[in-house]
Design a protein around this ligand. Structure first.
Ligand code: FES
Length: 177
């Protein structure tokens, strides 16, 4: 596959009910959040995402309730690296198994838990930080391949949203009301 094709695919936003795109580097979240519908309008919103087009090792950004959702099709190496970390080394201790339903699919809210920037690491060639997950250049928080905070000022792991598998490669993010 050509680089051009690969790059184009990496920018696909694959959703059926979400709107808009998010995929730029770090910037402050409240700026976008201020343009969103009110909380009561969003309360029941769900987003369905078809995962099949996402190639191994690729990440895409979906949008759910106005938030960027990072979806990474993890490689066996990325899964192993996430599983091999001793829990005692973690700032916000969570096993990899607690953060995924299917190990190959990591699904997290792409908002740094420090002050709300959007971490880098979604686009090809972007700095994923020392733990090969995401890196927030705002103040230097680094997340691993399970989206767990490993270094820097962020106090918590990237949030895992509620989601369910509707089919083998189709998820619904959010709860239906
Ligand atoms: S907002 Fe991410 S490190 Fe400060």
């Amino acid at each position: 596959m050509s680089n051009k094709k690969s790059t184009r695919r990496d920018f696909l936003i694959i959703t059926t009910s979400a709107v808009g795109t998010v995929g730029v580097g770090a910037f402050m979240w409240p700026f976008i959040d201020s343009m969103n519908p009110s909380k009561d309008v969003l309360a029941g919103a769900t987003t369905e995402v078809h995962l099949a087009p996402i190639q191994l090792g690729q990440s895409i950004t979906a949008v759910w309730q106005g938030k960027p959702i990072f979806i990474r099709h993890r490689t066996p190496e990325e899964i192993k690296s996430a599983k091999d970390v001793p829990i005692s080394n973690l700032i916000d201790p969570q096993t990899d198994a607690e953060r995924v339903i299917k190990p190959q699919w990591l699904i997290v809210v792409g908002i740094c838990t420090h002050l709300g920037c959007i971490p880098a690491g979604q686009k090809p060639g972007e700095n994923r930080g020392p733990y090969n997950g995401w890196f927030c250049p705002c103040h230097g928080s680094a997340y691993d391949t399970a989206g767990r905070i490993r270094t820097g000022p962020a106090p918590k792991n990237l949030l895992v949203p509620h989601y369910t598998f509707l089919e083998d490669t189709v998820i619904r993010i959010g709860k239906e009301v």
